[in-house]
Design a protein around this ligand. Structure first.
Ligand SMILES: [Zn+2]
Length: 61
């Protein structure tokens, strides 16, 4: 069982898929990705609204 979060599901053309054993792990992986690739700031990543929206995109596989 793994959790995934596809970057393109958030409306980008990016092929990246974040993965993790838990929801927290996949969110951390996703946060690292948007920071490195999409130039997000810590403020944006820690925004509760952003976290909530990201959480909705998580899929269990
Ligand atoms: Zn991306």
């Amino acid at each position: 069982m793994a959790y995934t979060l596809a970057c393109k599901d958030s409306g980008t053309n990016c092929p990246y898929v974040a993965r993790g054993e838990t929801e927290e792990e996949v969110l951390q992986d996703g946060a690292k990705h948007v920071k490195e690739v999409h130039g997000y700031t810590d403020e944006q990543i820690n925004d509760p609204k952003f976290l909530e929206e990201s959480r909705k995109l998580i899929r269990k596989t």
